[in-house]
Design a protein around this ligand. Structure first.
Ligand code: 13P
Length: 337
């Protein structure tokens, strides 16, 4: 394992308030996003859309890395340049989503999932590394309510996350460890805090147990927020206070960075909350940069503007750049200021 290279890559991904573009929607997820704006999902339309994003002028000033789906890592731009090379020449680092999705946790019926994809992963990592991927992502999912997340779900997912992370590092890729406590539901922010704390404790216990190099990984968690359907929504200052309290308690200082997912927060909400977290971190101190790895919150406006028509590319790129810029400011605690 090349400790120096892993550590350098992990640090580069969170340098200067930059964050990640999660453009790794599976074929099913991107179809849903395209359906919402009336675009047919074909191999070509998916390629055109992602090419548009990574060709955005100066995007590398704000985005450090792009997470890709397997199909995209293999695709070429309309002019024949591999998309991976476009990403690199824009000064960004290519990454790859390697999990094979969250599947019902046996015995069926608990409403919980465990993420699959470990079989054959060593060989897949070798191929991805040879294609230029320098980091990877694996997402575990937990829901809140009726006894969820259960100890069994927390343990099974922590174990899989650590096995994935160890394999990624063995192949020289920085693992992004993503345990996502969903915001679905009408629970309050305390319930989110409690679930997130339990999940993070289990994840870091497994990472240590499986000898994952903390200096050579990034954590991609949910923020600690109110359930999406909760009658009372915690204000950004409370989100910041609870989020920092939770991660200061559970995430070792050796981890080079925390990159939040947006998880269905609106674009503006995701930026404002990230900014509030960093404003507080500047005040009380935090051992890691706190940045973003957003999918929807970075892309929503751009996708709506592009709407399947390449004539809209300049306007869509402007919308995407504005989101990238705003979130970089938020990662520096300088968005609202
Ligand atoms: P969202 O920011 O849309 O939650 O996506 C991030 C991601 O990569 C989820 O796995």
């Amino acid at each position: 394992m090349d400790h120096v290279r892993l550590t350098e890559t992990a640090r580069a991904l969170v340098a200067d308030g930059k964050g990640l573009l999660a453009a790794d929607e599976s074929t099913g997820s991107i179809r849903k996003r395209f359906d919402a704006v009336g675009v047919e999902s074909t191999e070509r339309s998916r390629r055109d859309y992602r090419e548009m994003l990574v060709r955005t002028p100066r995007v590398g000033d704000h985005i450090s890395g792009v997470i890709l789906f397997d199909e995209t890592l293999r695709q070429e731009a309309a002019d024949g340049t591999p998309l991976v090379r476009l990403i690199e020449s824009a000064g960004m680092i290519p990454g790859i989503k390697v999990d094979r999705g969250a599947k019902p946790l046996a015995p069926f019926g608990s409403g919980e999932t465990v993420t699959e994809g470990l079989d054959g992963l060593r060989e897949r990592f070798d191929e991805y590394a040879s294609m230029g991927a320098r980091f990877a992502k694996w997402r575990a999912v937990y829901s809140i309510g009726d006894g969820r997340p259960s100890a069994q779900c927390i343990h099974a997912n922590a174990h899989a996350l650590a096995r994935y992370a160890a394999l990624a590092q063995e192949a020289g890729l920085v693992p992004i460890v993503e345990p996502e406590v969903l915001m679905d539901g009408d629970h309050d922010i305390d319930a989110c805090f409690e679930a997130t704390e339990l999940v993070q404790r289990a994840v870091f216990q497994e990472l240590a147990g499986q000898r994952v190099l903390l200096e050579g990984m990034l954590l991609k968690p949910n923020m600690v927020i109110s359930g999406a359907e909760a009658a009372t929504q915690a204000a950004p200052e409370e989100v910041a206070e609870r989020t920092l309290a939770c991660f200061l308690r559970t995430v070792p200082a050796a981890v080079p960075g925390i990159v939040f997912l947006s998880g269905g927060q609106g674009d503006e909400q995701a930026t404002i909350n990230l900014d509030a977290i960093n404003v507080l971190a500047l005040k009380i101190g935090a051992p890691w940069p706190l940045s973003f790895s957003y999918g929807r919150a970075l892309q929503q406006a751009a996708l709506r503007t592009w709407a399947g028509d390449n004539d809209n590319t300049p306007a869509a790129q402007a919308a995407f750049l504005a989101q990238a810029q705003a979130n970089q400011k938020a990662a520096l605690g300088a968005y609202a200021a």
